[in-house]
Each structure stands twice: as C-alpha cells, then as structure tokens.
Design a protein around this ligand. Structure first.
Ligand SMILES: C[S@@+](CC[C@H](N)C(=O)[O-])C[C@H]1O[C@@H](n2cnc3c(N)ncnc32)[C@H](O)[C@@H]1O
Length: 238
C-alpha cells in the first residue's frame, strides 16, 4: 500500500477514542490539541463531553467547499487503493470504513461552521501555540504512517523522514503540558511491526518526558498488534 500524498481523510470521534485509548471523562475541563485534525469529528465530540479541543491542519486555510471536495475526492481515491491492497484482511468491511469517513466529514463540516475558532491552520513541525498550552495532544495517522514505504509507512515521497519526525515530536511535546498520544506506532502492512523509528524517538526524549507503547483494539483491517505511542511528562518535572 502506498499513497502519493497525505490524504485529507478523517476518523470519527469514537474511532479516535478507540485508537488513542482515551476516556474523555478523564480530560473533562482540560484542553486538547488534535494535530492533525483533518476532516475528523474528534473536536466536535470532545466539546459535547466538556473537553475543549482545538484541531489544527495545514489544509484548514482552504474555504469549506474546497475542503469538502478535497475530502470526498480523497475518500474515493483511498478506497480504490484499499480495495486492491494486500495489507488488509479479506474480511475487513471496507464499506463500513468508508461510511465512517463520510460521517466524520459531515460532523466536521457542521462543527467547523458553528465553531470556526476551534480549527486552526498550521503544519508540523511549527505550531502557533504557546508552550504547554494543551493538557493533552493527540496525533493520528501522520507520524509513522506517512514515513517512506521503505521505512514501514505509506509514502512514496521522502518528506516525512526521521529528522522530520524528531522535529515534529519535539513540537508536539513543546505545546503539551501532560500527555501526547500518537497512533499508529506500527508499520502499515498486513502483519504490522512496531515502527522502527519508535525506538530512536524514545531514546532521545527530553529528560522530563517518558514514553511507552500501549495496545489498542482499533481495527483498521490489519492482523495482529496495532499499538499507540503514549508519552507522559514526568510528575514533579515542572
Ligand atoms: C490521514 S489525515 C489524518 C486525520 C486524523 N488525524 C485521523 O486520524 O483521521 C492526515 C492529515 O495530515 C495533514 N497534514 C499533512 N501535512 C501535515 C503537517 N506537516 N503537519 C500537520 N498536518 C499535516 C493532512 O492535511 C491530513 O488532514
């Protein structure tokens, strides 16, 4: 499976809760950053649970009709690729997967119209936020996922190489007070392995951060373990 560009493709809030092992109740009253937010519905869901969420994505600079068109095109394009991908189990329900993306898009569009201030255009590795502005930062389907194919990702471009991952991770940690959660932390293939860059990134964490992999039960059509990377600021380090 390979993709020629980062697709503007989003998950529903409940899918995000599953792959980030998140219980929103724990974060009630807190502030969360979803980076990249894509056309996903996590931010809308979080608000209904009393959690302030800000979503950020470089494409949020585009007008809404352009975003909707881009997302619908990318869903169609990705589904064509997935339908012939040997990375997915034959029993995986692609039609339900597609419905989830369309549902996320509808919720995203409605929420973005009602709460435009919750959606900020920005790109890693430079975010326009003060240090430690968020209690929790979640980052789905960009890091590891879009590393080059030879390194276990989806990309046929070298843009998201290991030095980029180091800068992006440093930026996610900078803006976060307590926890950063990154999914996936595995390679994109039928039988995923822990992504080979997890270890070097963990080995060079700043001294006030610690990290570990956590299993998830989210099913995206792979076989076997699909871990999430959980990074925590050490208590007493501030
Ligand atoms: C596959 S989507 C993931 C969306 C959502 N987090 C999810 O898990 O479904 C990848 C997103 O990354 C965004 N993106 C591309 N380059 C980026 C960068 N340098 N920094 C932040 N986001 C980026 C794209 O615009 C796209 O919306």
């Amino acid at each position: 499976m390979d993709l020629p560009r980062v697709v503007f493709f989003g998950r529903t809030g409940s899918e995000a809760l599953a792959f980030f092992n998140l219980d929103l109740e724990t974060w009630r009253g807190g502030r969360v950053l979803d980076c990249p937010g894509g056309p996903g519905s996590f931010t809308a869901l979080a608000r209904t649970a009393g959690v302030e969420s800000v979503a950020t994505d470089p494409l949020y600079s585009l007008p809404l009709p352009d975003l909707e068109r881009r997302c619908r095109d990318d869903i169609a394009f990705t589904m064509e690729r997935l339908a012939v991908s040997p990375a997915l189990r034959p029993d995986f329900d692609l039609s339900a997967f597609r419905q989830g993306k369309l549902k996320a898009l509808e919720t995203f569009l409605a929420d973005r119209r009602r709460h435009p201030q919750a959606y900020r255009a920005a790109a890693l590795p430079c975010l326009p936020f003060e240090a430690e502005s968020f209690d929790l930062t979640i980052s789905g389907h960009l890091l590891f996922c879009y590393s080059p194919i030879a390194d276990g990702g989806l990309s046929d471009q070298p843009d998201f190489d290991l030095p980029w991952h180091r800068r992006a991770l440093a930026e996610l940690l900078r803006v976060t007070r307590r926890e950063v959660r990154i999914y996936p932390a595995h390679t994109i293939e039928r039988n995923p392995r822990v992504h080979p860059w997890v270890e070097p990134l963990l080995a060079s964490l700043p001294p006030d951060w610690q990290g570990q992999l956590e299993p998830t039960t989210y099913d995206e059509g792979f076989t076997g373990e699909t871990p999430m990377l959980l990074l925590r600021r050490r208590t007493g380090s501030r």
